[in-house]
Design a protein around this ligand. Structure first.
Ligand code: SF4
Length: 333
């Protein structure tokens, strides 16, 4: 069961005495978030506003919207990071899942014993279980390894686009386990490290080998890079979500691509979808510097839509070089 740290929300309100607050959460936590909003209204007599847009991570804060809504605090629920506050108004609120991994670990043991040194990674909601899983593996003669946190990432934590605690220990491990029911994150670990990666789903008690999905995604990502080589006109999309705005990076890519004779347009948008891109008929290929996962496993676009690492691979091809293992890195931005 996922438990949102509502006490922290109440403490912040009592301390700061805001006139209004906003709450953002992933779709799966909206029901619980509405319940907390009702409690805030009843307890403090202020108007909580639940943000209805998607909230994918700590890159998806709403500091600017908060000002426009006349609120003083933006609670961002369910994306625990190394910082408790972000920007001027955002307060990060933990939402931890207390589900046990013991059964799925027993299920995984025969597979893991073939490897020996096991890197443990997870997303924010299962971080408190990492220590217990480490002890479980040690007791059974395996060598668990937990990578150090970096930037916003805590020890053993990965985002969908940032993998330092996995990537930095890839030489000390024979395989990785991702704790949780998220093929999205497990796939990222497999692609970033190039190591055997298993998703341990504690709900279905299922061990999922990510190898075939990772190979399939990698092939598609490579194909899109090759398809973009002949593009005459390239649109570089700058994401408008607060933690995804990469103007400098976009300008660097523009300059580089122009040096190969490409016509480059800069476009800014909040949600990169096939429907929105359809309006830009004269563009042959896109690069989006917002969220790399849009290009790696997002919807199917009718023209290539490359992420930053794919754009770098494209530049290597234009220089007549090999595109290399462009997804094997700690951060895909
Ligand atoms: S994968 Fe995308 S949504 Fe997730 S943290 Fe990275 S940029 Fe944000």
């Amino acid at each position: 069961m996922i438990r949102i740290d509502a006490e922290r929300i109440f403490r912040e309100i009592e301390e700061k005495k805001p006139s209004r607050v906003t709450l953002s959460a992933p779709d799966g936590l909206l029901r619980e978030t509405f319940a907390i909003a009702s409690q805030i209204g009843a307890k403090y007599g202020i108007e909580p506003i639940v943000m209805g847009d998607s909230c994918y991570g700590s890159c998806d804060t709403t500091d600017d919207d908060v000002k426009r809504l006349g609120a003083d605090i933006a609670f961002n629920i369910g994306h625990t990071i190394s910082l408790q506050k972000l920007g001027k108004y955002t307060v990060m609120i933990d939402a931890f899942d207390d589900v046990s991994f013991d059964k799925v670990l027993e299920e995984a043991l025969p597979t893991l014993k073939k490897f020996g040194r096991i890197g443990i990674v997870t997303s924010s909601q299962h971080l408190p279980q990492v220590g217990r899983v480490k002890a479980f593996l040690e007791e059974r003669g395996l060598t668990p390894v937990i990578g150090k946190g970096r930037g916003q990432l805590l020890d053993g934590q990965v985002f969908g686009c940032e993998f330092y605690p996995a990537f930095n220990i890839r030489e000390q491990t024979d395989a990785f386990i991702f704790l949780g029911q998220s093929r999205f994150h497990a796939l990222g670990v497999a692609l970033s490290t190039g190591k055997p990666t298993f998703m341990l789903d504690p709900y279905m008690e299922e061990v999922v080998d990510m190898e075939s999905s990772a190979n399939e995604r990698l092939k598609k990502a490579i194909l899109r890079v090759y398809k973009a080589v002949d593009a005459e006109r390239i649109g570089i999309i700058i994401g408008l979500k607060e933690g995804q705005i990469m103007v400098r990076r976009s300008l660097e890519l523009k300059k580089k691509l122009e040096s190969f004779g490409k016509k480059v347009d800069l476009i800014a948008m909040r949600e990169v979808t096939d429907m929105r891109l359809a309006a830009f008929r004269n563009v042959d290929a896109f690069i989006q510097t917002a969220c790399p996962r849009i290009s790696v496993d997002g919807e199917t676009f009718d023209r290539p839509v490359l992420s930053s690492p794919q754009a770098e691979a494209l530049i290597l091809l234009l220089e007549g070089k090999d595109l290399g293992m462009f997804l094997q890195r700690g951060h895909w931005l």
